[in-house]
Design a protein around this ligand. Structure first.
Ligand code: NAD
Ligand code: GLY
Length: 366
């Protein structure tokens, strides 16, 4: 008998990676260089972000002897699909990228999710670095290794867990971010407060104006505290067999909205905000939080300039779309709900009538 052992990297520790948050990080290629094993990288971005930051990044890398080539994707959630993924593979192959050629994601969550999935699958895995340029990507999507694409039938349904080597969040890049996108990022910041960090939620309520006014110190603190929360959750449950599901507060409803309205019509953060109001209403119907708690959540989103009313798609449409949620187990929907403000739980026992009441009474004509 012969025994063959597949020696996989066994511990989370060996794949630990730093998230760097600060102003002007794009001008410091050394933070990238230390994670490279080859002096050549592919930089994946889109038609909006590349004209703003691609040349700066490339020239800074060049000063350290790192050659790079850009891969520019069309911009938009509607392009987070197989066709765009294939554009990345075409370019990686045409440029003869090897197993040690790192790919850098320069952009928001769409570029990050697409690039990460390409990195996970190209040559069965190449090094990957996240350089998030939206608030949403800096506080959420660039951290934790969820990568993937949308399917016409469901959001983020195809993908892989694949961790980056490092995350470089340069808050200077937020200077060019449109206000609507900034607000969408705030939705994911509020999420951490609601699910696990009441002290942070209080801080967000006091500092929401500063965030909207792009106060650098306030934004930096918001990003740091969000990433600390996310890092804790991911370290505890990298592949979402338990506590990581709580990061999906509002997402089961929100993903249904994004899909039904057409990818890109509702921004992800907007759909999460309105979806969280539905989750809060359902939590109240189940007797977990009070009406005043639901109002507190609504008030915060309103102050952040985020939508609080999800579109009325019809309960059947919601149920059909939510039936494809990644949390469904044994055909049963599972919802992330609020036990208290500051503590979330997953519940699989939501009565159908109650759910339909939320979906009809708390939504508005689309
Ligand atoms: P996005 O990537 O579409 O970026 C929003 C818009 O801002 C785009 O038009 C983009 O080109 C533009 N942009 C990006 N940076 C800019 C800058 N600095 N200046 C000017 N414009 C800029 O959207 P997003 O909100 O960053 O990410 C949403 C995506 O992230 C969704 O697909 C969502 O599913 C995904 N997501 C993933 C995770 C995860 O854990 N992987 C978590 C949350 C969300
Ligand atoms: N954004 C949800 C997660 O990373 O798990």
């Amino acid at each position: 008998m012969k025994t063959i052992t597949v020696n996989l990297t066994p511990t989370l520790n060996e794949r630990s990676y730093p998230i760097l948050i600060g102003s002007g990080l794009l001008s410091h290629p050394e933070f990238i260089l230390r994670h490279l094993t080859q002096q050549r990288v592919a930089i994946i971005s889109n038609t909006t972000v590349a004209p703003l930051y691609m040349e700066k990044l490339r020239s800074k890398l060049e000063t350290k002897g790192v050659a790079s080539f850009p891969i520019i994707l069309p911009d938009g959630e509607e392009y987070k699909n197989w066709q765009t993924l294939n554009l990345i593979f075409d370019a990686l192959l045409a440029n003869r990228c090897e197993r040690s050629t790192a790919v850098l994601a320069l952009g928001g969550g769409v570029v990050g999710d697409l690039t990460g999935f390409a990195a996970a699958t190209y040559l069965r895995g190449v090094p990957f670095i996240q350089i998030p340029t939206t608030l949403l990507a800096q506080v959420d999507s660039s951290v934790g290794g969820k990568t993937g694409i949308n399917h016409p039938l469901g959001k983020n349904m195809i993908g892989a867990f694949y961790q980056p080597r490092t995350v470089l969040a340069d808050i200077e890049t937020l200077d060019t971010l449109p206000d609507r996108e900034l607000r969408a990022g705030i939705a994911e910041i509020i999420k951490y407060g609601l699910i696990r960090d009441l002290v942070f939620l209080d801080w967000i309520e006091r500092n929401i104006q500063g965030m909207l006014a792009r106060d650098a110190a306030i934004l930096t603190e918001a990003i740091e505290r969000s990433c600390a929360n996310k890092a804790d959750v991911v370290a505890a449950d990298e592949r979402e067999s338990g506590v990581r599901a709580l990061l999906n507060l509002g997402h089961t409803f929100g993903h249904a909205v994004e899909n039904a309205m057409g990818y890109g019509v509702w921004l992800h953060g907007e759909a999460v905000a309105a979806g969280t109001v539905l989750a809060a209403d359902l939590s109240h119907r189940l007797g977990m939080i009070g009406r005043e708690d639901v109002q507190r959540i609504r008030d915060l989103y309103v102050r952040a300039g985020l939508p609080v009313a999800a579109p009325n798609l019809g309960a059947e449409t919601y149920l059909r779309l939510m039936g494809l949620d990644k949390k469904v187990e044994g055909g049963k929907l599972r919802f992330v709900l609020l036990k208290h403000i500051g503590e979330a739980v997953v519940r699989a026992d939501v009565p159908r009538d109650m759910l339909i009441d939320t979906l009809t009474e708390c939504t508005v004509h689309a």
